[in-house]
Ligand binder design. Structure first.
Ligand SMILES: NC(=O)c1ccc[n+]([C@@H]2O[C@H](COP(=O)([O-])OP(=O)(O)OC[C@H]3O[C@@H](n4cnc5c(N)ncnc54)[C@H](OP(=O)(O)O)[C@@H]3O)[C@@H](O)[C@H]2O)c1
Length: 320
């Protein structure tokens, strides 16, 4: 089969389209013909071997897993003898992070990493959902305890998580402000953000505006800046971003919560946990993934450069 392979850490230029052996499913795995796969921040980090801590798990000097790509959608071709939930022909999707292998024509997956894809959902849409939508749902609902009537701000609103988060937030009847670069603001307005802020022109933490909930995929400021932009009893939810800022929030969060009565929470992704919920929302027409692409498997190196430059809107999808 064809796959995008890398043998050493580096820029997207180390990725190459190769002919490799088709994987064979273990007893508790299924073999999937991949119809679509999306790019995540994990792929970007593992490609370069950053942050360094990743190398302790995934290869100190060179990558142990040679094929990246976690969020896949496809059709099951065969099943291992212990697989109970699926059969050949089923259309499935899910987040395979930890195992990866999605930038390929076929991939093996454990059945508990997969959910059946609704017939009305395309493979491209399904591949866009797993990580970004789980982070959005778990960030807003579980960590953010989102409530009707609140004012929400999403920092880094035009990427994968932000474009799902605004749609989920609208289900709760909240007013949403989105922060991103100028080229994405029209898209944000068309998606229902009531206010948009160009971060290259304005620092929302110094505008005097306050929010009940902040969902942050960039975490590029001090935790004190973020809490300044929170209303009393407001919640600041970190999805991801600069590690030093995340550690600062982790360290100072409990003290700030005690003294200023504002809460700081960090999302620990529970992969695939809410895919059935996403199926319900999708089938009810409440959520529609924003897709950048699709691009061909051979275009993964260019698509990775594009992802790293941050120019994409929503989720970059590849169709092997
Ligand atoms: N907590 C967990 O367990 C967990 C697990 C997996 C992933 N993650 C994290 O989840 C996040 C993934 O988010 P995503 O998929 O939405 O990323 P994404 O698609 O790259 O979107 C990020 C958006 O932020 C914008 N941006 C860049 N710099 C900004 C700034 N200074 N201020 C405001 N916006 C800015 C980018 O646009 P421009 O570049 O055009 O500005 C882009 O539109 C990552 O941080 C990742 O580390 C967390």
């Amino acid at each position: 089969m064809k796959a995008i392979v890398y043998e050493r850490y580096g820029s997207p230029d180390v990725l190459a389209l190769r002919e490799v052996d088709k994987p064979i499913p273990k007893d508790d795995e299924v073999l999937i013909r991949v119809h679509a796969v999306s790019i995540n921040d994990w792929d970007w980090g593992l490609l370069q071997g950053i942050p360094f801590i990743n190398r302790l798990f995934y290869g100190l000097l060179k990558p142990k897993k040679k094929i990246l790509g976690s969020d896949i959608a496809g059709r099951i071709e065969s099943v291992g003898k212990n697989v109970k939930k699926f059969q050949p022909g089923d259309e499935v999707y899910g987040d395979l992070s930890g195992d990866w292998g999605g930038f390929a024509e076929y991939v093996c997956a454990r059945e508990n990493a997969l959910e059946l894809k609704p017939a009305s959902m395309t493979f491209d849409e399904a591949a866009a959902i797993p990580q970004a939508a789980m982070l959005a749902v778990q960030g807003l609902r579980d960590k953010g305890q989102i409530q009707p009537g609140q004012r929400l701000l999403i920092n880094g609103a035009g990427g994968g998580v932000g474009t799902f988060a605004v749609q989920i937030a609208k289900l709760y009847g909240v007013e949403v402000t989105g922060v991103d670069s100028s080229g994405k603001l029209d898209m944000l307005r068309s998606m229902g953000f009531e206010q948009v802020i160009d971060y290259t022109q304005e620092d929302f933490t110094n505008s005097g505006q306050c929010y009940d909930l902040i969902l942050d995929v960039k975490t590029n400021r001090s935790v004190f800046d973020y809490t300044r932009a929170l209303n009393p009893n407001g919640i600041y939810v970190i999805v991801g971003g600069f590690l030093d800022r995340v550690f600062q929030a982790l360290l100072l969060g409990p003290w700030i919560s005690m003294i200023r009565k504002k809460k700081i929470r960090i999302v620990g992704l529970k992969p695939n946990k809410d895919l059935a919920y996403m199926n319900e929302l999708f089938e009810a027409g409440r959520v529609k993934p924003v897709i950048d692409g699709p691009y061909k498997l051979s275009e993964v190196p260019e698509a990775m450069w594009y992802f790293g430059e941050g120019n994409h809107k929503g989720k970059i999808v590849i169709t092997p």
